[in-house]
Design a protein around this ligand. Structure first.
Ligand code: KG4
Ligand code: ZN
Length: 348
């Protein structure tokens, strides 16, 4: 609707420079510049390289988003920016840019939580989030289960990974198999021609003794080590490594644990909506398995399209829009770039 506020969102927490523009729940522009190719040869994101790439990309990406939406900065009602968590130097570029534009164009600015934005982005595709909902956040840096009553006011963490994040496990196993960085999409692709039942990899923190203390927590480092041992064993005995089968069996183990714990949280809290966000939510097996299993319990699974699961500016704009609609106060102009912003702080 034309009378809903027009919100611009800026994302620079990792290796994607994103600027999104939304009106209410309607996405008008989603401009993205990625430095992923510059990091690929290092096998991981190099913070200094990411910061410099953001610096070069921020103004052109901003201009592209405004052009795509057919608006000018003067038309924008508020600017939202990722305040954290993320890489300090990378965050600083987005926060400084947001402050500059806000000051020059006299707009309010909202410093927001990157992880809450991964949840909020789903509203652009599926409308307002029913309350309460369970959110599962699975990215390169985080894996958490949250109870969401009102995303504008805060979230209640139920569990998180005790070691590697889900995306990190995908990236490490991909590297082991000689696949490029970031590994998630490559494992996803390889797994399509593999047999997910061919190798029985462990499901972390699902044994009865672990469930008592870690019902909604995750652990992926044991799985990663199990994959490494299995692959080493093959190489030592001179046998070829069946990459597709390893990828499929590994992916199956991750998805099995993620969906199992997320649906258990929904049932224990009497919640009928599960929203999945973050880069790993782009995984085709995770999407289909969650959908299939949730059906049995009458639980609705909401996952944004893959392009909105990985980092982008639209997610930040979506959260900003939600905060404005909920009447949350803007941030002060000295808002921080906080690399360790806690999950429970939705806006600063
Ligand atoms: O949310 P995101 O773009 O950045 C962070 O905030 O971390 O997530 C990136 C992570 C990477 O680890 C990447 O390998 C993973 O998401 N990822 C996937 C897929 N697409 C991206 N993992 C599994 N399957 C995919 N299709
Ligand atoms: Zn992210």
């Amino acid at each position: 609707m034309a009378d809903e506020p027009l919100i611009l969102g800026i994302e620079t927490s990792c290796d994607e420079t994103g600027v999104g523009i939304v009106r209410g729940h309607t996405l008008l522009a989603d401009a993205l510049a990625s430095s992923v190719d510059e990091h690929a040869r290092f096998g991981g994101v190099v913070p200094e390289v990411a910061s410099r790439a953001h610096l070069e990309a921020i103004v052109p990406t901003m201009d592209r988003a405004l052009r795509e939406a057919g608006v000018t900065i003067a038309d924008i009602d508020a600017i939202a920016v990722t305040s954290g968590p993320g890489l300090a130097g990378a965050l600083l570029v987005g926060v400084a840019a947001a402050k500059g534009y806000a000051l020059a164009a006299e707009k309010p600015v909202y410093g927001v939580n990157h992880l809450a934005a991964h949840v909020a982005v789903d509203t652009l595709e599926h409308g307002p989030l029913p309350a309460p909902a369970i959110a599962m956040l699975v990215s390169g840096g985080h894996s958490s289960l949250l109870l969401v009553d009102d995303l504008a006011r805060g979230v209640t963490p139920l569990g998180a990974t005790i070691d590697d994040a889900a995306g990190e496990a995908f990236d490490k196993v991909a590297r082991l198999l000689g696949l490029p960085f970031p590994g998630g999409p490559y494992i996803d692709r390889e797994a399509r021609s593999g047999d997910p039942a061919s190798i029985a990899f462990p499901r972390g923190l699902t044994a009865a003794k672990d469930l008592a203390a870690h019902r909604y927590d995750f652990s992926f480092s044991g799985l990663k080590t199990a994959v490494a041992r299995w692959v080493e064993g093959r190489r030592r005995s001179g046998e070829p490594v069946p990459v597709a089968d390893v990828a499929a069996s590994f992916q199956e183990a991750v998805c099995d644990v993620l969906t199992g714990k997320a649906l258990a949280a929904c049932r224990a809290h009497g919640v009928d909506t599960l929203v999945i966000g973050g880069g790993v939510a782009a995984n085709s097996r995770l999407r289909s398995m969650a959908e299939q299993r949730a059906q049995r319990y009458g639980i609705r699974v909401r996952v944004p399209r893959p392009g909105l699961c990985t980092d982008n500016g639209a997610m930040v704009a979506a959260l900003g829009s939600h905060l404005v609609a909920a009447g949350v106060r803007p941030s002060r102009l000295d808002l921080p770039a906080d690399s360790a912003l806690p999950l429970t702080t939705v806006s600063v």
